[in-house]
Design a protein around this ligand. Structure first.
Ligand SMILES: C[S@@+](CC[C@H](N)C(=O)[O-])C[C@H]1O[C@@H](n2cnc3c(N)ncnc32)[C@H](O)[C@@H]1O
Length: 289
């Protein structure tokens, strides 16, 4: 396979170093809220996970132990008693992979999605990195609802949409190794995907270091012919330095009806559990409504 510079860079990334960190927590809490919203109707739906990772991460691995990012992400959240019910749904999925109550395993996005899907719903998971893709395929080899592909997730947006069933959502969760080029790939991918499947819901994770970079991304998304776009942000620190990951966000194109209300409960709860200073912040707002 001939890979471009951006793809080569992206393949350096290993999610094992970051599994269960605050960025995963925001992303997976939003993913759970979206999936539960689709489950409000009895008709089946599809999930396409364009950058799926390996699905299951051992928090005792050398990689996870090196950064211990989960210790300021999923770990403190698990000990919060009072939370919105959708966060309990998310945490119960995480607990289901840690039966003794001792946090050792963190489920990635495809495993969280598959845990919540019903018998007739479908999940398509794409992963480009060969080792991760092999683990992903092994994880779901006995689950007929899930199909896994070793392929470029952006290319999958053109090749695999609209999905069957033709109702559902796409999670776009790239590694952002090639920083600004990744935004261009996302915007182009979204454009093609929306042409093929205008009614699909698209949830895109992105890092926030500097406020102006996030706002530039929002302006570009708002220029696209999407009818409704919602954005959620979770900032642990003010977005005023490019030297660290101050926070992250999710842009949601075609958000399910009234999801802003559930996210409006989830985000402050995550903020209370995870923000590291009084300068942390969180918000849910429409970029287009
Ligand atoms: C942030 S991680 C995904 C984490 C996963 N979505 C989760 O929430 O558990 C990004 C993944 O994308 C993979 N990747 C990088 N470039 C890709 C591409 N062009 N297409 C598909 N996967 C890619 C990386 O190998 C990595 O596993």
């Amino acid at each position: 396979m001939q890979l471009g510079f951006q793809a080569e860079l992206a393949l350096n990334y290993r999610h094992a170093y970051h599994a269960g960190n605050f960025a995963d927590v925001l992303k997976h809490a939003v993913l759970v809220a979206l999936i539960e919203a689709f489950k409000q109707k009895a008709t089946p739906f599809s999930v396409l996970d364009t950058h799926a990772g390996s699905a299951r991460y051992l928090l005792t691995s050398t990689e996870a132990e090196k950064t211990r990012e989960f210790a300021s992400g999923i770990k403190p959240l698990l000990s919060v008693a009072q939370m919105p019910s959708l966060l309990h749904v998310y945490l119960n999925v995480v607990r289901s992979f840690n039966p003794g109550g001792n946090l050792q395993t963190y489920p990635g996005s495809p495993l969280i999605a598959a845990s919540l899907l019903r018998a007739n719903d479908a999940l398509v998971a794409c992963e480009l990195q060969p080792d991760e893709a092999r683990k992903l395929k092994a994880e779901f080899q006995n689950d007929a609802r899930v199909s896994c592909h070793q392929r470029d997730g952006y290319e999958a947006l053109r090749a695999l949409l609209p999905p069957k069933p033709k109702r559902g959502l796409v999670l776009i969760d790239p590694p952002f190794e090639a920083q600004f080029e990744e935004y261009n790939s996302i915007l182009l991918g979204l454009k093609h995907a929306h042409q093929r499947w205008p009614t699909g819901t698209y949830a895109i994770w992105f890092p926030i270091k500097l406020r102006q970079d996030a706002e530039a991304f929002y302006r570009q998304v708002a220029q696209q012919p999407f009818e409704k776009v919602l954005v959620t942000e979770l900032l642990l620190h003010p977005a005023n330095t490019a030297l660290r990951l101050n926070g992250c966000g999710m842009v949601i194109v075609n958000p399910p009806y009234r999801i802003e209300h559930s996210l409006g409960e989830i985000l402050p709860a995550l903020g209370r559990a995870l923000e590291q200073s009084r300068y942390g912040s969180n918000e849910v707002r429409f970029l287009k409504s």
